[in-house]
Design a binder for this molecule. Sequence first.
Ligand SMILES: *[C@@H]1O[C@H](CO)[C@@H](O)[C@H](O)[C@H]1NC(C)=O
Ligand SMILES: *[C@@H]1O[C@H](CO)[C@@H](O)[C@H](O)[C@H]1NC(C)=O
Ligand SMILES: *[C@@H]1O[C@H](CO)[C@@H](O)[C@H](O)[C@H]1NC(C)=O
Length: 678
Amino acid sequence: MAKAGWKRQLGFLVCWLAIVGQLFVLAESSVNTRSIPGSMNSGEVRSSPPLQLHRLDHHVVMDNGIAKVTLSSPQGLVTGIQYGGIHNLLATNKESNRGYWDVVWSVHPHSRNVFDQLEGTKFRVIREDQNQIEISFTKTWHSSLNNGQIPLNIDKRFIMLRGHPGFYSYAIFEHLEGWPDLNVEQARIAFKLHQKMFNYMAISDTRQRFMPTDQDRMTGQVLNYREAVLLTNPTNSDLKGEVDDKYQYSSENKDNRVHGWVCSDPAVGFWVITPSDEFRVGGPVKQELTSHAGPTSLAMFFSAHYAGPTMGLKLRGGEPWKKVFGPVSIYLNSVAADKDPRLTLWNDAKQQMLKETENWPYNFPLSEDYPHANQRGTVTGRLLVRNRYSKKNLTAANSAYVGLALPGDVGSWQTENKGYQFWTRADADGYFSIKGVRTGNYSLYAWVPGILGDYKSDLYVNVNPGNENKMGALVYDPPRRGPTLWEIGIPDRTAAEFYVPDPSPKLMNRLYINHAEKFRQYGLWERYADRYPNHDLIYTVGVSQSQKDWFFAHVTRNVGNQTYEPTTWQIQFDLENVNKRGTYTLQLALASASFAELQVRINNRHAARPHFTTGLIGRDNAIARHGIHGLYWFYSVDISGLRLLNGRNTIFLTQSRGSTPFNGLMYDYIRLEGPPTN
Ligand SMILES: *[C@@H]1O[C@H](CO)[C@@H](O)[C@H](O)[C@H]1NC(C)=O
Ligand SMILES: *[C@@H]1O[C@H](CO)[C@@H](O)[C@H](O)[C@H]1NC(C)=O
Ligand SMILES: *[C@@H]1O[C@H](CO)[C@@H](O)[C@H](O)[C@H]1NC(C)=O
């Protein structure tokens, strides 16, 4: 059973290696050999100098002869990274604004948010030998403190390995039983790099560019929210007239493995590598920020972005909680004379990402809260999909996303944020294998691209060290009450297949011109009224095409004077021989909602009461943040045959909440099903 799964993974790997291999041929001759990944074999370790930990008055320095990393002590802020001939890669402003862990927290959901750099009060050496340094900066809470400190014990760890260009960081957050309520909105590590040196940013093969500076943003024109700025007077005049917005550079967790910056002279790269999503929240398609103008690089652990406040961590009633965030890898590389140093460094960083991902779980972090491979288990199985109203009653869940998360309801993983999540993709035959799972009690969740809805196994999965939990064949019975009469879109939890307009020529990010991800352009919400100046969208089944005729977001209409009004879309379709006694079903999957309400009316646009309404839903803000999805919503709406006509019918979809450009929703998929037949 597991064989097919293996084969696919191997196929994938071979393909990856082939690509990386090719690129590597390019890079091999020129990358500083010390920075070539794979350098941790014993030969190279011996050829690298032994590690040294220097203790200064207010700082400690980890030094492996390749890089020197300075931290304030006992606060545990990264104040210096010396590498590749550069004295400090980090910004040279205040020491507290260079490299740091931070959270945003509050005691009550409505009290003031506190930005907190989690400064340590105690420095400890965990290991200090020739091959590994691990140091710890802790901060401890106890009830007598009662002085506005965050009610968590924090242990920030930093690791340096012999011969490895860079370092690692992770942290353990702990809330003990009986401690006060706590809300934490976001947690991350932030690095601010040297402004004069790092001006080229790379997030993926197709998302790389020269970036504006913070100063350029300051002299620019703030657009419809403060993160979006029109560059009116940038130092690099090539960037004049472009829009810059950090949200244009967000990524889904599954794609957010490596990103960073390149300095051209000397050619040095700074990369944040996240080898696993287990400590992130919200599953593989949760979106987070990556790198952005500053120059800034983030390792985001959790945030409300593209999900809303439901995503914040809430500890109530003295609930005990503990979680390890990371380790993430800060990887440095450099190249001497090279035709295209940016490409070379990016390709090398990608290869390092691949290697670190393969090495997960790491075998070197020393906190007992971080289990190594032999303390983890495996979960395998096969997912099948039941097809009602189709000849093949069971098919393989081809490429399904399959994951383990805390026990909960169907789909609860997308807002789950207290535990660990472990996700994989099934192969074409539906076989899956989830490795490196921490001990614990999980639910098994899945969804299948191209198939409506969410799967959850009825069985809890208890993972124990060294065990393989064989789940066998699992069957997903997706929402389906009758045969398909028509459908719009692809059930894949995004609106990517729909019509995405060009941005206004005056509000472009040139990176996304002729780019597969043009939805990342600023201001697309305003393009709706340009495309539909006289009346709202009308989609005619059998005539219209969703790629051309279904706007990617159901937005409000700008009627001028800063006024945004609700809009009503129509789906027109013909029916014959309506079964007046039957119940039809409108399957409605949404890819995003922000302060929106979707009302459905059948054949009567002016009906005082809608046939169905979602009520006010969603705060994922995906429209404003250029996501092509936020959170997933699913509704099955019954429609009595009495409401339908022989001949032309119209379903009216009203997004009834107006007032801002950002009230709105995105559809994932809509299907009308006829009444059940035997
Ligand atoms: C699939 O269909 C066949 C023939 O229609 C039937 O014999 C079989 O029991 C069905 N299997 C399942 C799992 O429903
Ligand atoms: C797993 O969690 C579920 C839901 O909380 C619970 O009902 C079940 O008893 C747990 N199983 C074990 C073995 O802890
Ligand atoms: C625009 O809105 C403002 C404030 O609501 C109002 O005072 C003004 O009369 C409006 N102008 C037009 C042309 O409608």
